[in-house]
Design a protein around this ligand. Structure first.
Ligand SMILES: Nc1ncnc2c1ncn2[C@@H]1O[C@H](COP(=O)(O)OP(=O)(O)OP(=O)(O)O)[C@@H](O)[C@H]1O
Ligand SMILES: [Mg+2]
Length: 255
């Protein structure tokens, strides 16, 4: 093995030979992928192709049975999501990870609550600051919420999705991974998320985004990675392929 030689030039993250088994089912088969610094990489493939499994491995939610991951050239072995977060990788999963009974700022700051000093040695939650920063974050999406005090279960799918993405931006990650970020959204809300992703890229963030929507993929991705039956069929420059090529890679396994 020559990991230095394998690390593609300019990659933020490189994975090699990833395998993941669920009993007899091989959810990942010898998957290699490089995410280049500053790009929007779309990950596509049919239901069950292994897309979510791959991003769960890259985000520390599951541990692969085999394979290696390098971040900025250094080997990493994520055992839990906080390991990946600590290295600048934030992920929105298909299940958004919101807590229905909590309100918007409580969800946004879940697990990273802000506090302020009170009475000597004690600290208390800084609710005012969390509300202010939540409003500021939501402005990124130009989504107006009449009130931040409602439990999030009362919000629409799109509003919930927006909150799930907003909370990840607090830590200004190097790599933002999104599993079907537009799936639950109406046309307008979906477009707002696409616009946001493009703005984040302009700020230097790298984005790995799963989507079934090829129109979205072709409108923002720099490159497209296609998976089928747990294997990586290929990674192509968007400008070099047609939609028919991608559909063929998804269904037949080659362009
Ligand atoms: N926890 C699990 N236990 C058993 N099998 C699993 C588990 N998670 C995923 N699988 C299986 O692994 C394969 C890949 O699943 P995965 O969720 O990665 O697909 P996907 O490409 O994200 O599909 P979709 O587009 O439907 O979200 C599927 O056959 C799935 O049934
Ligand atoms: Mg999935």
């Amino acid at each position: 093995m020559d990991p230095e030689g394998q690390q593609a030039h300019g990659s933020l993250l490189s994975a090699r030979n990833l395998n993941k088994y669920y009993g007899g089912l091989r959810a990942l088969r010898d998957v290699d992928v490089d995410v280049r610094r500053g790009e929007i990489l779309a990950l596509v493939g049919d239901n069950g192709a292994g897309k979510s499994t791959l991003i769960k491995v890259l985000s520390g939610s599951i541990i692969p049975d085999e394979g290696e991951i390098r971040l900025k050239g250094e080997p990493v072995a994520f055992k839990r999501p906080t390991d990946a977060r600590g290295r600048g990788i934030e992920t929105v999963h298909q299940s958004l990870g919101l807590i229905d009974e909590l309100d918007v700022p409580q969800n946004v700051f879940l697990g990273r609550e802000l506090t302020k000093p009170v009475a000597g040695f004690f600290r208390a939650l800084d609710k005012a600051e969390m509300r202010r920063r939540t409003r500021e974050l939501l402005q990124n999406f130009s989504i107006g919420l009449p009130t931040l005090n409602e439990p999030v279960r009362r919000l629409s799918g799109g509003q919930r999705q927006t909150i799930a993405i907003s909370r990840l931006l607090l830590s200004e990650p190097d790599l933002l991974i999104m599993d079907e970020p537009m799936a639950a959204l109406g046309v307008d809300e979906g477009q707002k998320v696409l616009d946001l992703v493009v703005r984040l890229k302009a700020k230097g963030m790298t984005v790995l985004m799963i989507s079934h929507n090829l129109e979205h993929v072709f409108s923002i991705a720099d490159r497209i990675a296609v998976m089928k039956n747990g294997a990586m069929v290929g990674v192509v420059e968007r400008s070099a392929v047609s939609r028919a090529d991608i559909v063929s890679m998804i269904t037949v396994g080659h362009a």
